[in-house]
Write a protein that binds this ligand. Sequence first.
Ligand code: 26Q
Length: 815
Amino acid sequence: MQHVAARAAKRPIPDHGATSGSLRNAILSKLRYAMRKSAQSATDRDWYMATVLALRDRIVDVWSNSRSKQPEKRIYYLSIEFLIGRLLFDAIINLDLEDVTRNALSELGVNFDRLREMEPDAALGNGGLGRLAACFMDSMSALAIPAYGYGIRYEHGLFEQRIHEGWQREFAEDWLSHGNPWEFPRADISYSIGFGGTVEYSGGDDSTARATWSPAETVLAVPYDTPIAGWRGRHVNALRLWSARSAEPLQDAAFNQREGARPLRGEAISRFLYPNDSTAEGRELRLRQEYFFTAASLQDLLRRHRREFGSLASLPEHAAVQLNDTHPAIAVAELMRLLVDENGFSWADAWKITRRTLSYTNHTLLPEALESWTVELIGRLLPRHLQIIYQINWYHLEEVNKSGRDAAFLREVSLIEEGEEKRVRMAHLAFLGCHCVNGVSQLHSDLLRETVFHNLAQVSATRIVNKTNGISFRRWLYAANRPLTGLLVDTLGQRVLDDPGCMREIQDRAGDHDFVASYSRARQINKTRLAALLHARTGIHVQPDALFDVHVKRVHEYKRQLLNILETIALYHGIRARPNAGWVPRVKIFAGKAAASYERAKLIIKLANDVSGVINADPVVGDRLKVVFVPNYGASLAEEIIPAADVSEQISTAGMEASGTGNMKLALNGAITIGTEDGANIEIREHVGSENLVIFGMTAAEVSERREQKLQGSDIAGKSARLAHVIQSLASGEFSEGDRERFAPIVRSLLDYDRFMVAADFDAYWEAQRSIDELWRRPADWWRASILNTAHMAWFSSDRAIREYATDIWQIAVN
Ligand code: 26Q
């Protein structure tokens, strides 16, 4: 790591020419000339807009510079989600302009922290997968890797969650309503994207057959570019998001609008983000979105390649396309179509080019999240692609057949799932069409090899590799946690910002009284701030010196918020039975959205709120236990909660969380993990040391073993008096005003199949929580563990992850 820092230090830090005076003038000029507002009448939002426009000019200078040099190879990151959140503070941190900006604004009598709040989150993603794409964009800019992110400019991002009488309600999100000062519409570029229609084959045998596709309908894809400024502003890449425009002639458009009050079909494509993170939704509009952004991105990058390098034969040398999950997997068929039908390549040559150019990241093993589309739907929307998919499958199965496999094997590795309805398996398509497939943690990659891709791996040259996820330290430490970052810089110097590896040096200070005091003071500042936020948003008062136990992520049964709630109830019972038994004061903090159609997850949110209501109102409990469900979790709320966490809940059913990245953010900020042997938790343990977190529960192997035994939750409840009491109180209506029906479905699932092993892991989890209490009672040991977490998390930087992708998958050199 040392040599990296040395090299980074040698690169000149661009002078952004900013003094507070010059920035102030720039802001005033934007206010006056770009917005036609006066300083006297300007609102916080006006100041926010003007400030972004002024800073943006500085980013644009570097951007043009980054673009003027033609690179040997570019990376294209295709993702149907980019969960960017807010950009302003991140950009300021990256450009090292915090003081300059604060001063410029204070000279204008404007409070910077209020202004920051004016920026809506770009919530163009559901959770981990979308946020990973955003962290990767940050890292590619930081490492000066020439890259484009390609996605969809959703008019409405992930829904806004409000809680009404404990239930989640979803409201349309409207991030663009006041305009988006970060984006540059590129009206000079647009591509036609076809759907439906007919295919004419131009004869010849199968291996050379070209076809002409005449779509019935076309939609225009128009790009909007957002600059992503890298660390120290050395390099800027574009996030290019596609917006759909109707391509119908005006007359037809007017007619259509008169016919139904329905908006135009074409434009509907980029209207909203699908709010489902773990169930592959078989809706036609979703497939249209997938093809729309994939086809637009491929046309765009092929055009660039042709302009710069001529023949598409050299595409793999100059372009690496990373598919973020299977959502853009139709790229395999589309690239083949473009090469064969539109550029005259032979099937064999096209196939080589396609495989060498594309690679694919898998993010899930959950069967219900593996995408497949009916042959009927693909045939109707993308008739030529379906034909290409069949042809790929034909060559593939012929190869497999030669190796003498049986029918069961053939059925398993086929791109087509036979059944009542034939379906195209998108993960299989991505696997075959890519030279490299990666999982997102060591365990996940191992399981990929053993399960979903076990058979395919035996008959294909595709490499399966691991690329454990990472997070942007710029956003999740330097920007989100100023008190801790200040301490790290005071202790280690500015170099820690360029080389987080040197954080390991604070391990020597983990017993140093002054350092520990400063470290815990930084946490206390964050907790006090969070306590005020919790009160403002929920009306609940919490004590900032209590243990803050944080469970924040999408709400899903496999993530087991329910397990945490059950333990909370058991704790409540314990406190009521013996109020003066020396309980460690705890605040249980939950936040997360459930997919609108996921009834069980929404019921779990209701339970969290009902449990919160009962416990917080119980005078016997007082400040020993508070439960808070914070509404509308998202990137910005995460930035407030994570730096204030003492404990990080990472308690998924083993084998089900591909990696997790919230686990990394929390540990980096010093929270102690209580978690299962799942996803990246295992690697976090290797880095921070098993003494500095608490791992409990069944392993992935034990989970699948227990599944085979077909044991029931009731077997466990029969043995655990504590669990029996908790379930009994749920069933009796203790948390539902006597209503025995409300949580009956949860009670039933706990006692029956217990698919997510909540009952099975309950006792182990209870004990793990008590060992957390034990540690908290020994402050010197607690802070030592916490400091060692921060000290040893450097490896989880998304810069490390991106370097691995660059050398191992993309074959591109990184400075
Ligand atoms: C698919 C088809 C139709 C509609 C929606 C979807 C869809 C959308 C989003 C399916 C899945 C997602 C998101 C998945 C996701 O966030 N996975 C998480 O990815 C993280 C980054 O690798 C991991 O850390 C998490 O473990 C994983 O759950």
